[in-house]
Design a protein around this ligand. Structure first.
Ligand code: NI
Length: 166
């Protein structure tokens, strides 16, 4: 399992709902969590590992605090409140950071890997990560939300990175 890197077309493929949660789906969640920890990220969506389904894994804990995974299958935001601007990054867009406007609080309904319905309320960073991961389901990337200038700067940086490597 590898994390797709921008501008991989897989990142733009719309993700389908999971209609049955079985062993294969639970395995996917487990492997995504492993990948998340390995990459030292705080959120990862299935489209980022080339699987176009509506599954996201999150963990806001730092290694010192231990693990506190949250797995969201078919998450839907049912309520939003407030506004917050956060400087976000994305595991699929290495070296890119951008201030993005989000809702400050979201209420989310989802299923967990056991297939049970869960409801969570996320504020601040948790709300930001949830909205970021859900955007991946619709092929919405941080870099495409940023201004053209910022995007072009990054594309130039990418080219340079490739040049230096080869
Ligand atoms: Ni991302």
């Amino acid at each position: 399992m590898n994390i797709l890197i921008y501008p991989d077309p897989g990142l733009y493929r719309p993700a389908l709902p999971v209609d049955r949660i079985g062993p294969a789906e639970r395995k996917l969640c487990e492997r995504m969590l492993e990948k998340l920890y390995q990459a030292r990220g705080i959120g990862l969506s299935a489209p980022q590992v080339g699987v176009s389904v509506r599954v996201a894994v999150l963990d806001l804990n730092t290694p010192e605090l231990g693990r506190n995974p949250l797995v969201l299958i078919n998450p839907v935001i049912t309520h939003r409140e407030g506004e917050i601007i956060w400087e976000e990054g994305c595991l699929s867009i290495p070296g890119f950071r951008s201030e993005t406007k989000r809702s400050e609080e979201v209420r989310v309904r989802a299923q967990n890997p056991e297939g049970r319905e869960i409801e969570i309320v996320g504020r601040n960073l948790l709300a930001v990560v949830i909205q970021h991961e859900l955007d991946h389901f619709d092929g919405k990337l941080l870099i495409d939300r940023a201004g053209r200038l910022k995007k072009n700067l990054y594309l130039r940086k990418l080219k340079k990175m490739h040049r230096d490597r080869s």
